[in-house]
Design a protein around this ligand. Sequence first.
Ligand SMILES: NC(=O)c1ccc[n+]([C@@H]2O[C@H](COP(=O)([O-])OP(=O)(O)OC[C@H]3O[C@@H](n4cnc5c(N)ncnc54)[C@H](OP(=O)(O)O)[C@@H]3O)[C@@H](O)[C@H]2O)c1
Length: 453
Amino acid sequence: MPRSDGSGPVTERELGVALLGLGNVGAGVVKLIAENAEAIAGRVGARLAVRAIAVRAAAKKRLVEVDPALLTSDLNATIDRDDVDIVVELIGGTTEAKKAILRAIDRGKHVVTANKAVLAEHGREIFAAAAAKGVDVYYEAAVCGGVPVIRVLREGLASDRIEELHGIVNGTSNYILSTMTAAGTPFAEVLREAQALGYAEADPALDVGGGDAAHKLAILAMLCFGTHVDVSKVFTEGIDKLDPVDFANAARFGYVVKPLVIGKDHGPERGIELRVHPALVPARWLLADVTGAKNALYVTSYALGPSMYYGAGAGMLPTAMAVVSDMIEIARNDWAAGAGARLRQRHPPLADKPLLPMSEIRTKYYLRFAVADRPGVLGQLTTVLGAHGVSIAQVVQDTAPTARGATAVAGAPVAEVFVVTHEAREGDVQAALAEIAKLAFAVAPARLIRIAG
Ligand SMILES: NC(=O)c1ccc[n+]([C@@H]2O[C@H](COP(=O)([O-])OP(=O)(O)OC[C@H]3O[C@@H](n4cnc5c(N)ncnc54)[C@H](OP(=O)(O)O)[C@@H]3O)[C@@H](O)[C@H]2O)c1
């Protein structure tokens, strides 16, 4: 591999780059490298030279102009080129991306990827292969897009111990919930609008179902709590079942609804708490102000205390910025390694810490009950909750509008009861709700939204 020995003027040295993918992010990478060539060369001590770009359809119209001679549909030949030092994986998905990353590592190339799915599902194998081969895998863009949270967790807080994290890491979900909060519009309508504006994919399942956020939480847990995570075991609830009535009542109680990822280290005995779900957060909390498609990570650590990182979690240039910054860091390390120093990114060994079962988590809850509006019902409801150790902090009752399908029960009109609990154990709350659902006054299953912050 023709790496420079560090001698000669900066402009004469080059680091070869292979781009896999020239979609949104790939186009941004090409644009940034071209526009910032001088500044990058100054920082790196070399030029980043794109040697080849692998795509599916070479003839397709692109978001940026590139020399057609660079384009190829041969992924493997692109990775294998002798003049390539860094392989940048921007094709997405897991199967082909995993193969491409492992091939690049095997050929002794450093890797940059923006792909949270491949790292969440195959990170163990990828990082082990990189360590064995002595190459780097950088992935700043995989979580919170342009917000450099990976660097913060890996370097900025390297001497600290992270106790807890709360994040808004999916811009599509945050955009949808922010719009539902502001306009009181139902989920399906806001989703359609978000798709028309380009904030949501044609197939939004991974975003609104919480899967994308779970991938990112698995990566964050690796960095924050030093553990591998089986992403299929992370409790994941989407935002698609939320109803405007809950947004209005959240505001009544002083809360805002946000799409959260939550992680907490309970120590070796109890394990790691990881969950993805919409949550009520206090309206005066910093995360409540993270609106639209923006992302944020709120970290609580032993020495620093709370700190928050905020910005654009997606988009061509914000994401490309994170990718190119990774390339710059690899390039710097590469020159340093050539000069005898070993500054390589090292992945500390990861453990397999247990996940705290969801039934064992403790938090506050917002509950909405549809019940027959007759004397004694509220008392029965609170008695069942109390019998399961669930204590009520606030309660409000309204006559249910017919629009939510409420019909009279045995001659009695239907009321909606909104409850905010004190902190309780999830297993106890679920048991209480199951018991309440069987009682004669219950019109529909209770709606539960967890409260955070
Ligand atoms: N978009 C964002 O804002 C954002 C933010 C953070 C992270 N990411 C991550 O960044 C990655 C790329 O996202 P994107 O939005 O740029 O995707 P995209 O617009 O769909 O682009 C994907 C590119 O990969 C190429 N490709 C796909 N499969 C290929 C294969 N088997 N061989 C060769 N080329 C292949 C496609 O070729 P054709 O163009 O010929 O079809 C296309 O150029 C994903 O992992 C995504 O999760 C994206």
